[in-house]
Design a binder for this molecule. Structure first.
Ligand code: ZN
Length: 122
């Protein structure tokens, strides 16, 4: 095994349901969507900060995705009441793996009303 792919790397998983997520891709349909992102089957959305420098903007994008572009709704949401936030640190967007030496971050948002019933971990 090349050292780059050590056994400490792991698939990128949704922090809410532990499903493996698909690689982030370009998000269509909004002027605000500057970062790649995606959707989890549990109702969570995520956006990628590949540089570890854009945190706030990436988080805002994820919230806008969760609210289908409705900024008014985003501004009315409260963490822990209306939505939950999760992070996947040390994400490498080239390999789509979590690796010790990587420095990207996936920001996850899940609106509580969108969460699947039961929330069973598979
Ligand atoms: Zn999920």
């Amino acid at each position: 095994m090349p050292k780059l792919f050590s056994d400490r790397s792991a698939p990128a998983r949704c922090p809410f349901c532990r499903r493996e997520v698909l690689p982030p891709r370009e998000i269509k349909g909004g002027q605000w969507y500057d970062f790649p992102g995606g959707y989890c089957a549990c109702g969570a959305v995520f956006a990628l900060d590949p540089t570890a420098r854009n945190g706030g903007a990436v988080l805002l994008q994820a919230m806008l995705m969760a609210c289908k572009g409705d900024m008014e709704r985003v501004l009315g949401l409260s963490l822990g009441t209306d939505y939950d936030e999760g992070h996947v640190h040390k994400y490498n967007d080239r390999t789509h793996q979590v690796e010790p030496q990587a420095f990207g971050t996936l920001y996850f948002i899940r609106l509580r009303e969108e969460a699947e019933a039961g929330d069973n971990v598979s």
